[in-house]
Design a protein around this ligand. Sequence first.
Ligand code: CTP
Length: 426
Amino acid sequence: MLNNKNILLIISGGIAAYKSLELIRGLRKERANVRCILTKNGEKFVTPMSLAALSEHKVYTDLWSLKDEREMGHIRLSREADLIVIAPASANLIAKMAHGLADDLASTCLLASDKPIMIAPAMNPMMWNHPATQNNMKILLQRDIIQIEPKSGEMACGETGIGRMSEPDDILSSIKDFFSEKPLKNMKAIVTSGPTYEAIDPVRFLGNRSSGKQGHAIATALIQAGAHVHYITGPTHLPHPKGATIIEIESAEEMLAHVEKNLPADLFIGAAAVCDWTVETDHLQKIKKKDNLTPPQLNLKENPDILKKVSLSSKRPQLVIGFAAETENLNNNAKDKLKHKNCDWIVGNEISPEQNVFGNSENQVCLFQYTEDRKEIIQTDLPRMTKIKIAQKLVNEIIHYFETIQKDNRNECTNPSLNVVPYGSQ
Ligand code: CTP
């Protein structure tokens, strides 16, 4: 994947600089060409000699070296790169980038370049959390710089918190991901995830056991395939999937409103465990025990069926996928839901207590898909596997679906302007 890709690796000052050696080895193993710029502070942690030995290229350290300028030149150095990676990125270099300073070779190359930039920050937790650094990062993210988030843990300085540089393997994965094909590029996907909470009063609610892990994994796999994901999620304990547009909701009504607001889209996946009922009466104050000699009666009314509404909408996405969470009769119930909710595919999810899937990283599902003429249903049973793997398999199936449509379209019409244009690209 990285064969002959030109990576310009900038190593700034920080103890994590030693990890850059491992990163270079990984990049070379993947046959990438690696050129290194080492800042003056970086030189305090690793030597040009070790970087040169591993990268098999001269290492650049000085903006004012006439010899280097003649041979390569700082402008060429930055322009010939397919990707610039800064690992570790110190608070100082991040600040310089944010404000356009160019007082050494690294910062000058960064300012002189129009190439994509990926940064792996590494610093003391206080420095990372400082409003100055956070504001600088915000500026850089607005410029579409790709951030490899620092991790939490014990630091070399003895303090604990967020600031450790990501491991070389993770940085390498992000680099591979950057160069990987994006078959769902320009596609817009809406994914619902997590539970919904239906308020009983300002304190109590009706909810369910959904952790949101499966929806999260699906959103992540879609993003990796290049889709623009609008992630509408009920309350969970998970960090949000990186790269998605995040919409946090509580109730089914709110989820529906945001789904409708975000239509049209190319793809809808209803992975949320939406509460089927909500409480009829609005209690603006906490229901008090003493006011009720008997426990209060909760009158429930049915919530809107979001999946069904999307399927029947005039703005119906090309592909609508729902879930069927079942404790029994999975096959029949899933097929019924496929028909009654008018969607294209249903992911049948076994959620009986024996399967123990709530909050687990593994899941047990099978896929039910209508044939093209919608006369038959194809069932594919999957073995128990991680929610991440299930998401990847589902996304591969989605990629295949859209590729087939595009191929059919190309075969059918000779006028290319009539081909399917992904909604997200319009
Ligand atoms: N769903 C929805 N809106 C609802 C209820 C469910 O969009 N009000 C969606 C879910 O996101 C899922 C599918 O419908 O994609 C099936 O949800 P599930 O909980 O399995 O079934 P229900 O339709 O709620 O039916 P039942 O509870 O009777 O199994």
